[in-house]
Design a protein around this ligand. Structure first.
Ligand SMILES: [Zn+2]
Length: 304
């Protein structure tokens, strides 16, 4: 029986240089003679760690089960392979490994269309963690890189039918609002394999592909990697850094600090501004309104 202490991997993420192989299926095999643990144990351990918000010790389970060790970028992801959590890793941007080369040469553009209908970034009071590509119903959606399907799920008020793929290069992509899904959990995919058909499911107003790229759970702007106009890569290798890749962190921090005032009878912008120690101009900026805009009772006005 393997000692428990061996199951936990305690190194911290404060690495300054971290290089990742394009295809490293046997990463997990480098350590002592593996024991075999059933998948159930693995998954329940992940859940316990999540519940404890044990981010530091989350790098988990040197579970050298043969059937698990070939998951893409498995070691980088702390031997985590969850089918029900989009981001079980809970790693803050500040704690991401800095300076990571991502090998992208096998890239295939995800669909026929290159018509961007919404970009990555702030969207009023929410954050848009992906890019929207307008398409025709039932246009085929392709896997962007080699990898394995981690999640196939449905969210009525969100992503609709969606697919999450962990790629061998260490990235994860999310393809959402699909009308049909052609893959299932754990299925291995090659770049360019059809994974489903574009659609309008979930929180969507018109057929489009919501496409996200994440690294260890943290989305970044896909345009840093992909030249959408030409449906190609910007570069065959992408160099992830906290500073450049996550240049939007300031926006996320500001959003985390956001606070709202609910409009009541008699409220005016200047009264709200005064009450919350800000200016009318700032309120207009934050809410995308004008000084002359009419306020509705019950309307939420962001003041910070
Ligand atoms: Zn979207």
């Amino acid at each position: 029986m393997m000692k428990l202490s061996k199951l936990f991997f305690t190194a911290s993420f404060a690495l300054t240089t971290f290089s990742l192989c394009a295809t490293a299926p046997e990463l997990a095999m480098a350590s002592p003679e593996p024991d075999t643990l059933p998948i159930e144990i693995f998954e329940s351990s992940i859940k316990t760690l999540e519940e404890n918000h044990a981010v530091d010790s989350m790098r988990v389970l040197a579970n050298y089960n043969d059937s698990l060790s070939h998951y893409p970028a498995y070691e980088l992801y702390n031997y985590s392979w969850s089918h029900d959590r989009l981001n079980p890793y809970r790693i803050k941007i500040d704690s991401l490994p800095d300076s990571v080369y991502i090998h992208c040469a096998d890239f295939v553009y995800p669909t026929k269309s290159n018509r961007i209908t919404s970009s990555f970034g702030m969207r009023r009071s929410r954050y848009h963690y992906g890019i929207d590509i307008g398409l025709q119903m039932y246009d085929t959606i392709y896997a962007s890189f080699d990898g394995r399907v981690r999640i196939v799920d449905y969210e009525r008020k969100g992503y609709g039918h969606y697919v999450v793929i962990r790629h061998n290069n260490g990235l994860e992509t999310i393809s959402a609002h699909l009308s049909r899904v052609h893959v299932k959990n754990n299925q291995e995919v090659k770049a360019g394999d059809p994974i489903g058909l574009g659609g309008n499911t979930g929180r969507s107003t018109g057929p489009h592909l919501h496409y996200e790229i994440r690294f260890l759970g943290n989305a970044f702007n896909p345009t840093k990697l992909i030249d959408f106009a030409n449906k190609t890569l910007v570069n065959d290798q992408y160099y992830i850094t906290q500073r450049e890749t996550y240049s939007h962190k300031k926006e996320l921090d500001a959003l985390a600090m956001a606070a709202y005032h609910t409009v009541r009878s008699g409220d005016t912008l200047s009264r709200i501004a005064q009450r919350h120690g800000t200016s009318v101009r700032r309120l207009c900026q934050l809410n995308g309104i004008k000084e002359t805009s009419i306020l509705r009772i019950g309307q939420r006005i962001r003041y910070r």
